[in-house]
Ligand binder design. Structure first.
Ligand code: AGP
Length: 609
């Protein structure tokens, strides 16, 4: 997704903006640009490629300004090139604009503006916005009125930041469906798509809501609705430190975040124990007020939902469906006031997940969201929020968010099971005890240099593979899906996860001596079945990589490569078993020399549909 950074204050806006854009690189982009007000002119510089290209060029141009906007572009309309990069200027070159989102009525607006004499330089939808503001200014008493009028004509999604010579001490912003946050400093203020952009300056944040606009000066911020009425906003102190948002000595954010999982799981448990122990309320959700659950999510978060189905049906005895959010929206789901819809989303900004939540709300469902970002859209639209305390997840490939989602979902399941009398208190206590031991189990694996070396050796053996098959059963079948997703999204190797029992219905035709077959085969009720599946693969010369427990000797005899993980309760095993698969994908991508944290074509938060 695109990244936006704006600054007004006492420092050199160029440096603050470039620094902020670098902290948003994880969002994925293909070009970048900056606009500054310098000596009553708007200076812009934009290029296809990485931010560092701009930084090098800007060092040669001694420009100083205390107000500016910057952008990293993830192309939607118009190919990635210098012309289509943001910022975009109006015809008078007195207005500069950056945008994240999609203007769905841009073609009609473009035609209208062209008939009024506007000429367009780019192929982007974004450029129509800055010309629309210029056109509205002709009939408006001031720039803010023109800005508001233009924004009200937009259809689709937008996060917009504008600077203008008409009012050079103000940044104008607006948001609908694409996130935009305002950072409050001392004698300086910031706007950005996400908090890490300005976290090194301030952690005091205003989260704009849909259909809100704001004027940002160096000493004041005013928020309005699109009718121009003032809106009072809460200032949130985001509990993240800058170090949490930096690499802290790791080669990539992904490796750092894999290793942060013991702490993240522990923090997620402790961060939620208060309502679990009844010391506070899980507001908005009566545990006995619904008869069924529907889970909506995307990508890795969807895989967490598949595992949560096992938890909720096995322990809480609540019928549970799981849908890709992008599918849920169009399948005419049967939803009523007895349905609890749980959205699982790390960012809280995934467009498909938000749309599914809004559909469920329209149909009368209660909404619970499992989310990692305080103040994000999902958390403000749900009835109840259960936060994962994973800290900022920068790498596009989701790791600690996934294991903390499972942790939060297991805790919620225990809460429901107790409140609905589906489990006796002593059973709940016993499962909670096992959950509390989980961080140390994950830590135990991550501290086993020998095991990590094994994973690295296997990665070296297979990093040139063209295909990979991941197999799992029961509660670990979604781990096969997740392992395959990790591999394909950062190494670009075609990988697919499959229920091991399904292999004989087709995929077994893929098996030969060239394809690595990763099997999740830890102790549980279906272990014998998965042993048979491993034998089927071996019989066809398949190369088996098994994630298993040291006590499972049969797998040890069959697999060509063994990755041993600590043994835990079967239902908690996905939280441990996924870790070596994360590392396996990481090492392969690193051996291939790919951009592990910012894989091609991907974005950290998919805020467009
Ligand atoms: C997972 O590694 C990917 N980054 C992606 O599938 C991600 O899980 C998905 O886009 C959902 O994001 P969310 O959790 O922020 O909604």
């Amino acid at each position: 997704m695109c990244g936006i950074v704006g600054y007004i204050g006492k420092d050199n806006a160029k440096d603050v903006i470039i620094d902020g854009l670098k902290r948003l690189e994880y969002r994925g982009y293909d070009s970048a640009g900056i606009a500054l007000i310098v000596d009553s002119e708007i200076f812009t510089y934009k290029k296809q490629g990485k931010i560092r290209n701009i930084e090098i060029e800007l060092r040669k141009v001694p420009v100083y300004s205390n107000i500016g906007i910057g952008h990293t572009r993830w192309a939607t309309h118009g190919k990635p090139d210098d012309i289509n990069a943001h910022p975009h200027l109006d015809c008078t070159k007195k207005i500069a604009l950056v945008h994240n989102g999609i203007v769905e009525n841009y073609a009609e607006l473009r035609r209208e503006l062209q008939t009024k004499g506007h000429t367009f330089l780019s192929q982007t939808d974004t450029e129509v916005i800055v010309h629309l503001i210029e056109e509205e200014l002709k009939t408006s008493p001031d720039f803010f009125t023109a800005f508001l009028s233009a924004v009200k004509r937009l259809q689709g999604s937008y996060a917009i930041a504008v600077i203008t010579l008409h009012q050079p001490d103000t940044i104008f912003v607006a948001r609908k469906d694409s996130p935009l946050v305002i950072g409050l400093g001392e004698g300086e203020n910031f706007v950005a798509s996400d908090v890490p952009a300005f976290l090194s300056y301030t952690n005091r944040v205003i989260f704009l809501d849909d259909f809100e606009v704001a004027t940002v000066n160096s000493n004041s911020v005013s928020v309005f609705n699109t009718d121009g009425e003032r809106v009072e906003k809460k200032v949130v102190t985001v509990p993240w430190s800058l170090s949490q948002a930096e690499k802290a000595g790791y080669k990539h954010f992904m490796l750092k975040e894999i290793n942060e999982q013991p702490r993240a799981v522990a923090d997620t448990i402790s961060g939620n124990l208060s309502w679990f122990r009844g010391e506070s309320y899980l507001e908005g959700i009566d545990p006995n007020s619904f008869s069924r659950i529907q889970i909506v999510a995307c990508g890795t978060s969807y895989h967490a939902g598949l595992i949560a189905k096992f938890y909720l049906e096995n322990f809480a005895k609540v019928p549970t469906e799981v849908d890709y959010a992008s599918e849920y929206r169009y399948r005419e789901p049967i939803v009523d006031e007895n349905t609890l819809v749980i959205s699982i989303t790390q960012s809280g900004e995934t467009a498909d997940t938000l749309a599914a939540m809004r559909l469920a709300r329209e149909k009368g469902a209660k909404l619970l969201t499992i989310c990692n970002v305080i103040g994000s859209t999902a958390t403000r639209e749900a009835d109840t929020v259960i936060y994962t305390y994973a800290g900022p997840e920068i790498s596009v490939a989701s790791t600690k968010a996934f294991t903390t989602q499972l942790t939060a979902l297991f805790l919620f399941t225990l809460y429901l099971s107790r409140e609905r009398r589906a489990l006796a208190s002593d059973e709940v206590d016993s499962y909670l005890k096992e959950l509390l031991e989980l961080p140390s189990k994950i830590e135990a694996f991550l501290n086993l240099e020998r095991e990590k070396e094994v994973v690295k050796k296997i990665a070296l053996e297979f990093y040139r593979a063209k295909d990979a098959l991941y197999l799992g059963r029961h509660v670990n079948y979604p781990i096969a899906l997740e392992g395959a997703l990790k591999l394909k999204e950062i190494s670009y190797i075609h990988a697919e996860g499959y229920p091991a029992g399904e292999m004989k219905h087709g995929p077994i035709a893929l098996i030969d001596e060239n394809i690595p077959v990763v099997v999740v085969a830890t102790r549980g009720k279906v272990l014998d079945k998965i042993v048979s599946n491993v034998e089927e693969v071996k019989a066809r010369k398949g190369r088996v990589i098994a994630v298993t427990n040291p006590s499972v000797k049969k797998i040890g005899e069959l697999a060509e490569f063994l990755i041993e993980v600590p043994e835990v309760n079967e239902y908690l095993s996905p939280i441990v078993n996924v870790v070596p698969l994360q590392l396996f994908a990481y090492y392969i991508a690193d051996f291939l020399g790919y951009d592990v944290d910012q894989p091609r074509n991907l974005a950290k938060s998919v805020t467009v549909e």
